[in-house]
Design a protein around this ligand. Structure first.
Ligand code: GLU
Length: 392
């Protein structure tokens, strides 16, 4: 009854588990959710006001498919400030979230059998989005002891005549690792002179947890790399606007034009009211973002302090984003044989929702989101410790 294309596509595990935890809580269960990949802060007041004003002024009609000119301009200015890179509004497409930016991009650049290199652990939606575009995800395993970063030799070994693109995500969801300038240069070196697109998913770029780390996008390496890079970013994580669904794609004019054509035949423009709010977010005050990042830093520190108290559990210290990705494989036993069963056990036994590593292409791990209060983090860690002790 269903098309083959959808048969191999699972529902997004991050969204599914988050919804399950919410439903359990609504049913009166004392569930603590460390699953949700969204900031818990309220949207900034001036952003809400801009959206309310847009509603009151009757900004209700279709907008240009690729976004209103003032939003494209605000994005161009934001990227100039943040990345130090100049783009033309014609190189920008505003989409319904970063997810649609990726979806549009792969739909317009992939032919059947084209390969897309995806370092694992990866964000859950990369392989399905590539598959839906007829492409073939080529997964490269990264190692915990190499901070879960793509090793240039491994990259080189996986390039074939069919390689069409590489996805980089820094800071990474789910590991929190952030590529340094030198590491990006080494990756760029392998890609030089090759006809391979780079897709840089930068949705967590404002959430850097260590003062000594300076975030950089691979597009900044040089002009050749910039021309072959697509920037994917969104307002969701930076401005706590996940539900408003405003993301964007920046890169080659020709591809942006094709992606805009595709969007005109699918969702049309992103929500008009959300676009007005997005303009206010990008052009308005930015100082409050530091207080949010400071809160994430405190939460990350507390979480790490509590996680290392759990025997036989190791965890890479996140450098960006709001996730920790501990290795819990020491607690596997005859019945709890993988991360999915472990996440089920933790939800049942500890009433703590986490996402299994398998969803990110990495068995033996779980993803913990610390986009929640210190109180919830502390309580959840105590419960996790107790539940894991029972497995000894
Ligand atoms: N990106 C977030 C996460 O990984 C939101 C949910 C999703 O779209 O995957 O949890």
């Amino acid at each position: 009854m269903l098309a083959n294309r959808i048969k191999a596509i699972p529902p997004s595990p991050t969204l599914t588990i988050t919804a399950k935890a919410k439903a359990m809580r609504a049913a009166g269960e004392d569930v603590l959710s460390l699953a949700a990949g969204e900031p818990d802060f309220d949207a900034p007041e001036h952003v809400k006001e801009a959206a309310i004003k847009a509603i009151k002024e009757g900004f209700n009609k279709y907008t240009p498919v690729g976004g209103i000119p003032e939003l494209k301009e605000a994005i161009v200015n934001f990227v100039k400030r943040e990345y130090g890179l100049g783009y033309d509004p014609e190189e920008v497409l505003v989409c319904c979230g970063g997810k649609q930016a990726l979806y549009n991009l792969f739909q317009v650049i992939l032919n059947p059998g084209d390969e897309v290199i995806i370092p694992a652990p990866y964000w859950v939606s990369y392989p399905p989005i590539v598959l839906l575009a007829g492409g073939k995800p080529v997964i490269i395993e990264t190692k915990e002891e190499e901070s879960f970063k793509l090793n240039p030799q491994d990259l080189e070994a996986h390039i074939t005549p069919w390689t069409k693109a590489l996805i980089l995500n820094s800071p990474s969801n789910p590991t929190g690792s952030v590529y340094t300038k030198e590491e990006l240069e080494a990756i760029a070196h392998i890609l030089k002179g090759k006809n391979i697109w780079i897709v840089s998913d930068d949705v967590y770029h404002k959430i850097i947890l260590k003062d000594e780390i300076k975030w950089m996008c691979i597009a900044s390496i040089d002009e050749e790399i910039r021309k072959r890079t697509f920037i994917v970013n969104a307002l969701s994580k930076t401005y706590s606007l996940t539900g408003w669904r405003i993301g964007y794609l920046i890169g080659s004019k020709e591809v942006i034009k094709a992606a805009t054509r595709l969007q005109s035949q699918s969702t049309s423009n992103p929500n008009s009211i959300a676009q007005k709010g997005a303009v206010a977010a990008l052009n308005g005050p930015q100082e409050f973002l530091q207080t949010w990042v400071d809160a994430f830093k405190r939460r990350a520190n507390r979480l790490m302090e509590m996680l290392i108290e759990i025997p036989n559990l190791s965890c890479f210290e996140p450098q960006g984003a709001f996730y920790a990705f501990p290795n819990i494989s020491a607690y596997f036993n005859k019945t709890i044989t993988d991360s999915v069963k472990m996440a089920e056990y933790l939800l049942e036994e500890a009433k703590v929702a986490v996402v299994p590593g398998a969803a990110f292409g990495k068995e033996g791990f779980i993803r913990i989101s610390f986009a929640t209060s210190l109180e919830v983090i502390e309580k959840a860690c105590q419960r996790l410790k107790k539940a894991l002790e029972k497995l000894k």
